[in-house]
Write a protein that binds this ligand. Structure first.
Ligand code: AMP
Length: 281
């Protein structure tokens, strides 16, 4: 397995593969890999000749008070895991090469970036859309793999690929959870033992919503109220938002009709966690 740090070298590798007629599957990550990431790498391996995994903690998607500096980093373990799962290459670029001092160009997917998490993390999705567009241009993959855990991110990336005519297939794969239901996340490493138990309440609240809808409740405000009541029972939990929106355009839904996304963000102690489900009625 190769590790490439240089952008030109990365592009050169991709060009060579394309000349040979090989397809490239791409899995962008920020590292500190867990089973969620590995499920994407496995899927990419099944569906492509070559698998490229990027590991890049993208500075421009973090707010000034966010955890860029302390975000978990473990390249040695990540390398072992990528090799084990059959990745062919890790692209691990220097931030200075991605964003040199005179860097000026950003990609903004309007409206979709301003709701849900975007409301509380101004500039976050602009940073994500920019880095993913750069990666698509550097790696030139045939397919790219994203997790449903970051549902809003996946919707934004699909939209940018469509709007900017980027010839790529985007695959969104199911969320991988721990035994208690907590969605796997690199940030779970910040949780202490007690918080980790409390954090399962995100998944419990989503399950509650799913069951209410199954029993015929379509009233978003009522469902959100009941989710809030459940989450607020946990001492370490502080809700940032719970929203029920149309899956297609993230517009709010007062009554659940068609395909709806129920998304939430909750602080567990000092750690901000997100999760979501898609329901249909
Ligand atoms: P990150 O390293 O957090 O930026 O995530 C890289 C990719 O892995 C994104 O497409 C995420 O949506 C995806 N991902 C993160 N956590 C999970 C999970 N628990 N299950 C499935 N995919 C995930």
């Amino acid at each position: 397995m190769k590790i490439i740090r240089n952008i030109k070298e990365m592009s050169g590798f991709s060009k060579k593969q394309q000349i040979k007629g090989k397809t490239i599957g791409f899995v962008p990550t920020m590292g500190a890999l867990h089973e969620g990431h590995l499920s994407l790498i496995r899927q990419a391996h099944k569906e492509n000749d070559i698998v490229v995994v990027s590991i890049f903690i993208n500075p421009i998607q973090f707010g000034p008070k966010e955890d860029y500096r302390r975000y978990p980093r473990n390249l040695r373990l990540d390398t072992q895991l990528c090799r084990r799962e059959g990745a062919d290459l890790i692209f691990f670029p220097h931030a200075q090469q991605m964003y040199p001092g005179n860097y000026k160009t950003y990609v903004n997917v309007s409206d979709l970036s301003d709701v849900l998490c975007g409301k509380f993390r101004p500039g976050h999705f602009k940073g994500v859309a920019t880095v993913v567009t750069k990666f698509f241009n550097i790696v030139r993959p045939d397919m790219a793999y994203f997790g449903r855990k970051d549902a809003q991110q996946a919707i934004i990336i699909k939209k940018l690929a469509y709007d900017l005519n980027i010839p790529i297939r985007i695959k969104v794969m199911p969320t991988v959870c721990e035994r208690g239901g907590l969605a796997m996340s690199s940030r779970n490493a910040y949780l202490n033992k007690e918080e980790r138990l409390d954090a399962a309440v995100l998944c419990q609240a989503l399950t509650l919503a799913k069951n209410l809808i199954k029993r015929g409740n379509t009233d978003s405000a009522d469902i959100i109220r009941k989710m809030r009541r459940l989450i607020n029972k946990k001492k370490s939990a502080c809700i940032q938002y719970i929203s029920i929106v149309k899956h297609k355009d993230l517009e709010p839904l007062d009554k659940i009709r068609g395909k709806a996304l129920i998304a939430l963000s909750v602080w567990i102690g000092k750690t901000r966690l997100i999760d979501n489900i898609v329901v249909s009625s």
